[in-house]
Ligand binder design. Structure first.
Ligand code: NAD
Ligand code: GLY
Length: 365
């Protein structure tokens, strides 16, 4: 079987432009990524799940450099300020100079923390993303949002700091658990649903192959989603406008994640249900057609994603949680809604009664 080729996408940000390379065998292709290292010092940040699987591939490419690895415990709970301190101490121990580089080897948790550490050390050094989850490949490794959680809330502290390069080796997805893989597919669907109708159509036709992790189909899906996101980031790096559309389904999704104490639904699963709720609300408000909602629901279903609010959740509690969202202005719900597939819009002052009715209608029975 022929291996699929490498796809590359440029994130065009002037002097800070960078390439996202997506393909098979990239971690072991040292010649490909070693050129992105400018200095002698490298800190590889990973976790105790990913490192035993893939750190060796990266280590072999670092011969001759002064490098060390920092392996954090696995999980969102460890995306903490305390661990940024640990990472900064590791850089100090390495004697890292301003041309040092951090390599993020892992999912979005590691990528966000490595990026934030890189933004802080000596007021900003390079970092390279080597994402190993589908979610990180199609979303978190691209665009330069970095940060950590506080006890008061998720991602409350952070910085925009773009990576120097992204190398997404799709072979690493072989070991990704099924549920995590499907959660990543939700982020692929999201890009198409927001702003790329032809891509949505393509996903409908390739859903079976994607669900089966066919590598050529996967490569194309990742590249198309990254190309879409790169365009948005290039036009609106710091989310003054258009980039906020990337949060389709997030206000509903975060409320669902919080109501489930972050154990009932993965982030991508919350986004899947949240996108459908946003579509159902848009339809209720007369912004979109029932056929659009049906298509979205069918695609999510084909990809094995949840489409209903988990049984037992309280719609009034969910609405209260949605009122806490960062996008809201005082006393007014601000949501990403849509006019059908590929046409999303930020809407302020959304009618709460319509939101409540949408939530009530979507609870699993
Ligand atoms: P994650 O990093 O926790 O990874 C999910 C699980 O998969 C973890 O247990 C991890 O150890 C494991 N794993 C990773 N790669 C693996 C592999 N190849 N094989 C086997 N197991 C593997 O979660 P995630 O879904 O990748 O990322 C979620 C995080 O990303 C959240 O913290 C979220 O806030 C953040 N995020 C950031 C952005 C952004 O723009 N910066 C966007 C979306 C999400
Ligand atoms: N995940 C949303 C963004 O990068 O803006």
């Amino acid at each position: 079987m022929n291996l699929p080729a490498i796809e590359t996408v440029t994130v065009a940000l002037g002097e800070r432009s960078y390439l996202v390379s997506i393909g098979s065998g990239l971690l072991a292709d040292h010649a490909l990524w070693r050129d992105s290292l400018r200095g002698k010092h490298v800190l590889v940040m990973s976790n105790t799940t990913v490192a035993p699987l893939y750190l060796d591939h990266v280590a072999k490419g670092l011969e001759g450099l002064s490098w060390s690895s920092l392996l954090l415990e696995d999980g969102e709970a460890h995306k903490s300020f305390a661990n940024i301190g640990v990472a900064l101490d590791a850089l100090a121990k390495l004697g890292a100079t301003r041309d040092a580089c951090i390599i993020a080897l892992g999912g979005g948790v590691i990528g966000d923390m490595a990026g934030f550490t890189a933004a802080c050390w000596m007021r900003g050094i390079d970092f390279i993303q080597m994402p190993t989850t589908l979610l990180a490949m199609v979303d978190s490794s691209v665009g330069g949002k970095t940060g950590v959680n506080l006890p008061a809330g998720k991602n409350l502290v952070g910085a925009f700091h773009q990576p120097r390069a992204v190398f997404a080796d799709i072979d690493t997805l072989i070991t990704l658990p099924d549920r995590e893989y499907r959660a990543g597919l939700a982020e692929v669907v999201k890009g198409a649903a927001i702003g790329d109708e032809p891509f949505f159509h393509w996903l409908e036709h390739n859903a079976d192959r994607l669900a089966a992790r066919d590598s050529a189909t996967l490569l194309e899906a990742i590249a198309r989603k990254v190309r879409y996101k790169a365009g948005v980031v290039a036009r609106d790096e710091t989310e003054q406008g258009e980039r906020a559309l990337l949060n389709l389904g997030h206000t509903f999704g975060h409320a669902l994640e919080t109501a489930g104490h972050y154990t009932t639904l993965l982030h991508g699963e919350g986004v899947a249900v949240g996108m459908l709720l946003a579509a159902q609300l848009s339809e209720r408000l007369g912004m979109s057609e029932p056929a659009d909602t049906t298509r979205l629901q069918a695609l999510l279903h084909m990809l094995g994603l949840p489409t209903a609010i988990p049984a037992g959740m309280d719609p009034h509690q969910l609405l209260a949680l949605m009122r806490l969202d960062k996008k809201n202005t005082a006393g007014s719900l601000r949501l990403i809604l849509w006019h059908g597939i590929g046409r999303a819009e930020i809407v302020s002052g959304v009618d709460e009664a319509a939101v409540l009715a949408t939530l009530e209608a979507a609870i699993a029975r």
